[in-house]
Design a protein around this ligand. Sequence first.
Ligand SMILES: NC(=O)C1=CN([C@@H]2O[C@H](COP(=O)(O)OP(=O)(O)OC[C@H]3O[C@@H](n4cnc5c(N)ncnc54)[C@H](O)[C@@H]3O)[C@@H](O)[C@H]2O)C=CC1
Ligand SMILES: CC(=O)C(=O)O
Ligand SMILES: [Mg+2]
Length: 628
Amino acid sequence: MSNFSNQIRASSSLIKRLKHLRQMSSNLVLMQTRSFTTTEGQRPTMVHKRSLDILHDPWFNKGTAFSMTERDRLDLRGLLPPNVMSTEQQIERFMDDLKELEVNARDGPYEPNALAKWRILNRLHDRNETMYYKVLIANIEEYAPIVYTPTVGLVCQNYSSLFRRPRGMYFSAADRGEMMSMIYNWPADQVDMIVVTDGSRILGLGDLGVQGIGIAIGKLDLYVAAAGINPQRVLPVMIDVGTNNEKLIKNPVYLGLQQHRLDGDEYVAVIDEFMNAVFTRWPNVIVQFEDFQSKWAFKLLQRYRNSYRMFNDDVQGTAGVAIAGLLGAVRAQGKPMIDFPKQKIVVAGAGSAGIGVVNAARKTMARMLGNNASAFESARSQFWIVDAKGLITEERENIDPDATPFARKVKETNHQGLREGASLVEVVQAVKPDVLLGLSAVGGLFSKEVLEALKGSTSTRPAIFAMSNPTTNAECTPEEAFSIVGENIIFASGSPFKDVDLGNGRIGHCNQGNNMYLFPGIGLGTLLSGSRIISDGMLQAAAECLAAYMTEEEVLKGTIYPSISSIRDITKEVAAAVVKEAIEEDLAEGYREMDARELQKLSQEEIVEYVKKNMWSPEYPTLVYKND
Ligand SMILES: NC(=O)C1=CN([C@@H]2O[C@H](COP(=O)(O)OP(=O)(O)OC[C@H]3O[C@@H](n4cnc5c(N)ncnc54)[C@H](O)[C@@H]3O)[C@@H](O)[C@H]2O)C=CC1
Ligand SMILES: CC(=O)C(=O)O
Ligand SMILES: [Mg+2]
């Protein structure tokens, strides 16, 4: 009997509790409903979350509509693009995107499936990082062109409408004086790798302002997939100092600051503040500068490279990849690498990438010639640089200081029948180069006339590097190169192209000459060596490792770069070469339990093993709840 009455008592108290809970939840729904039909003077909604947890909660997330005071109150500052939007603007942006998708799906002005694939992959990235990277690694050949060049270019061009869930951090000109506290809004305690851009020159697509964050995200995808950097420890960063792209300034749904770019000391002060903030919070982080316009790329590199762990991928990564390819082209002619200083090289483009390549190639030649002043001078004379104004000579007015060392001397140009501003065709006709290398961002620059002129090359196997990105900016296609110059050429492009069918079972091989073969290994090697800076020697070791990766048989067949399907293996080797060089230069300070003394003791094989062991792989860990 007493048992029975106990049960009655228990169930009536349970019913009371349930009623109470139901009342509470309907109050909550009421509060939430009210908070979403905002009216002035309305009671606020209490949230027990902060930072990314709010942005990832569909109940509370307002995306770009969070006001600046809310961003400050909820630790959201820096986690969203700087432009605060109204609900109407958000809906306009969303509808634009929806309609764009319909247009793309109907007539495919670019590559409609590529963008659709990016959207699907991006959603997977937001839902489940482990699965995302498993898919990416297993299908890298198919999906690198989606998360990286060329599709990432299209993504950046359309980022204001594609933007859904924020990824990475945004620092803007309006955040001056606040960055040191903002950096602590990032939820991860440790960050190993940052890719930062100011959006001023995204691939060959020009100034895309805040939308350039897409390139930082794409590069970090390769850091995870190729170098095995833990995805919880990467951080894409956009420094929004405005944009000089008038279309974006006028676009009502643009996500960034709608003002012209800061310049001069004001600009440098913003970048300085950012560098100070990130290295204060994460002293061991590595910062890769990406797609900064040439004007700032070199200056910032010189400013920071001796005091911070940083490098500029467009200047230094591209240079290393080009050198590996140029050495491969020498071997493909059946000559030893040491013949490299005899190569005549015409370069179209004198920006961060072009000048980066000629500087590094000149140093490589000089080293092969004895590494003295006369070797350095002699190496200079192997390069002809053509920019938007034609051949660069001493007679150029207002010559860019970075190009000055390569300006041809008047007596040399006279001797060759050339002159200041000579066209690319004239230069190729007169020089008869072994190599024609394009980093101009001008699609089709290697026209029929230019390629016809290259048929006069004195090389037994002329090499064409159409390295500009994305695909439409390539200086020529492999079909044009093989059909006009001949089947015996070496061809490489920055974005992927298919091999060319030359008939009768013969294939014209299309290499991808892209800094993706080096930057992941440079970053990983620097991290695992614990080097405080990234030295020229470490970059050179990376380039030489890539050059040596290809066998004699492969280069003779015209394959001077590896297939992207082996990028994880190449990256491991490149990283090991970087670690070894850092040890030899006495820069290595160690990483975690591997201190500097332990590193010194490692053999070549042990270094490779050490690198391999520290590469993250996408496997689900067992999760256990811990109440801190
Ligand atoms: N394959 C790869 O790994 C990489 C490719 N790139 C590509 O290189 C290109 C250039 O990048 P940056 O040097 O940073 O750009 P930039 O804008 O600083 O330089 C472009 C250069 O091309 C020159 N140019 C323009 N029109 C020309 C013409 N008609 N003839 C000859 N030269 C001309 C300009 O005067 C300038 O010197 C971009 O398309 C970029 O995507 C950059 C880095 C890596
Ligand atoms: C590949 C690369 O870094 C660029 O095109 O800028
Ligand atoms: Mg770049």
